[in-house]
Design a protein around this ligand. Structure first.
Ligand SMILES: Nc1ncnc2c1ncn2[C@@H]1O[C@H](COP(=O)(O)OP(=O)(O)O)[C@@H](O)[C@H]1O
Ligand SMILES: [Mg+2]
Length: 224
């Protein structure tokens, strides 16, 4: 079944791009295709000037393309530490240790819960762990599916602060969000999908400035 049609998008290095749209629009399918977790039937995906269309998801991770999946998909019976270690499987032990320190610096609560099972964490803490696990692979392009979905407002604020910081440090970010306003605040550009089609694409500044664009985006979401 074709769930995304004729999509043409370019993500600028160092930018934040928001992928918006209602439930079922094709957002997850799109970023799973970019991560190599679902096959595309037509077209090409280029990354850093080279085609990655036929690379496996693991090869894409090796090139720095990492996905924080919708629903986080942590290993719930494993500890926070073990989940982080698994995320760093492509790096050396020494690098993993160094990266764990860095991630605890970003999310201090992960350090406090190091030996706790991932499944015992709150939704917000699990999202932080899922982001931390992805950071263990030292991504250059970080894709996050539904960053804020189901999280308490405080956890959403924290996650967004971290996203902004990571981006300021040079990380390129693709952000799938149903929270349109929030995503437009942090992103440089945005693409809006509806039933697998691109219904709007442009700069987030333009979307923020034009209430009609925002209204139509929100209108799409209200119909769901
Ligand atoms: N494994 C699957 N098999 C069949 N259809 C699917 C599958 N996953 C998603 N879909 C369908 O593809 C469309 C897009 O889904 P998805 O990419 O998950 O949208 P979004 O992330 O925007 O909510 C939906 O119509 C959904 O029902
Ligand atoms: Mg989805």
């Amino acid at each position: 079944m074709r769930v995304v049609n004729q999509l043409d998008m370019a993500v600028k290095k160092g930018s934040v791009t928001a992928i918006l749209g209602a439930n079922g629009a094709g957002k997850s399918s799109l970023i799973m295709a970019l991560a190599g977790q679902v096959d595309i039937k037509e077209g090409t995906i280029e990354y850093d000037g080279q085609s990655i269309t036929h690379l496996s998801s693991m090869e894409r991770v090796n090139r720095g393309i990492c996905l924080v999946p919708e629903g986080r998909r942590l290993f719930k019976d494993l500890s926070v530490y073990e989940n982080l270690i698994i995320g760093g499987y492509i790096t050396s032990k020494q690098t993993s240790r160094h990266n764990i320190e860095k991630i605890i610096g970003i999310f201090p609560m992960l350090g406090e819960r190091f030996k706790q099972k991932a499944g015992s964490l709150s939704g917000g803490e699990q999202q932080m762990l899922a982001i931390g696990r992805a950071l263990m692979a030292e991504p250059k392009l970080l894709m996050i599916d539904e960053l804020s979905l189901g999280l308490m407002p405080k956890a959403v604020d924290l996650c967004y602060d971290v996203i902004k910081d990571l981006n300021h440090q040079g990380l390129t970010i693709l952000l799938v969000e149903q929270s349109t306003q929030r995503a437009l605040q942090v992103s440089d550009s945005a693409i809006v999908l509806e039933s697998g089609n691109t219904v709007w694409q442009g700069s987030s500044q333009e979307a923020r400035a034009s209430s009609s664009i925002i209204d139509s985006i929100l209108g799409l979401q209200k119909t769901n």
